[in-house]
Design a protein around this ligand. Sequence first.
Ligand SMILES: Cc1cc2nc3c(=O)[nH]c(=O)nc-3n(C[C@H](O)[C@H](O)[C@H](O)COP(=O)(O)O)c2cc1C
Length: 380
Amino acid sequence: MPPGTVAGDIVAAPSNGKRSARGYDSLHMPGRLNTPWSIGSVEIPTRLVLAPMAGVSVQAFRRQGRRYGAGLVCSEMVSCAGLSHRNERTLGYLRIGAEEHPLAVQIFGAEPALMAEAARMVEAAGADLVDINFGCPVRKVTKTGAGASLLDEPYRAAAILEAVAEAVDVPVCVKMRRGVENGSRTALNVGPQLVEAGAASLTLHPRSAQQMYTGTADHSLTAELVELVDVPVVASGDITSRGRAESVLAETGCAAVMVGRVAQGNPWAVGEIAGIVDGTPSREEVVAELLHFMRDTVAEMGEQRATGFLKKFYGWYLGRGRFPKPFANELVRLETIEQVEERLLAAAPGASDVLAHLEADLPAGENVVLDLPVSIYAGG
Ligand SMILES: Cc1cc2nc3c(=O)[nH]c(=O)nc-3n(C[C@H](O)[C@H](O)[C@H](O)COP(=O)(O)O)c2cc1C
């Protein structure tokens, strides 16, 4: 790699094959966030990745993330067993809309053959990348031998990688935690083995599974991982501002940073990190963006399911000092989406103009939601 680049950098000049002492020289490269990079053959326009989050990363969320500057978006984790059983709800997660690409669809499971089958379905659905979950700390998942528990079974994890990489032509990525136990450094041992087995990139959330979301993400481990592998490493965990994003990029030599919780009900944080908005929306902008998100979600999953699904987003959008706390609680108690829309517009009448502008500015393909029959979601 030319000096000053890291794995995944898109460079004009051919590589001289040499790495600098730390594999990168980005401390003096301000604004690296807005430069392109790649995972295998997939080009990604910015170094900001929207995290996969179960119960959050629906199409509406991913498309919004792309609008606010995320270069890559990810689906939430999809069960390979559910895909194998052709479970309707699970199949719905494979629905990929316009304006999402590049998109990674994440799968989880413990059986190499089932994971390979799932990966083929993900590829057929149009995903640009298949991502494998070796990080989920939730008992329901780890007790089946999937998620973070695979970090303690490197042979099985590598077998899954090999089977999946063999099954598909798109690049295969891995997302993992630092290990299962607190203080674990397992990721540094397993990561290179997974690359050997075919991983085209590694995302590290350097908390242990035991930690869940407590404590802090220790990105010194990310820097160590970068040194060990020749594929792009993505840093996940506690990236909450542009300053933090740039410093993690510079200090770890990672190829990109991933944002998760800060993006919930807060596309302006994504935009601030991407350097395209200042991060403090007006009330009208908040309501307009929420209304658009609601409509997009209803189009995606149908009104009945969207009604319950959206409730947690009210607090996320309207909190953070944007509206008095009781307002979100009031919306949660309303029975229909229509009632919620009315109440929102009564609280911020100017939002309808902002919404009209927002929807007029959407790319032409933005209204294309359904690549699979609607009945796929009716099972939910
Ligand atoms: C509600 C929620 C759901 C999540 N679901 C997934 C998931 O499906 N797959 C995954 O790899 N990580 C998942 N994560 C972890 C995030 O992708 C990310 O690694 C983690 O939240 C740390 O980043 P943050 O500090 O920016 O939130 C989830 C996190 C949250 C908060």
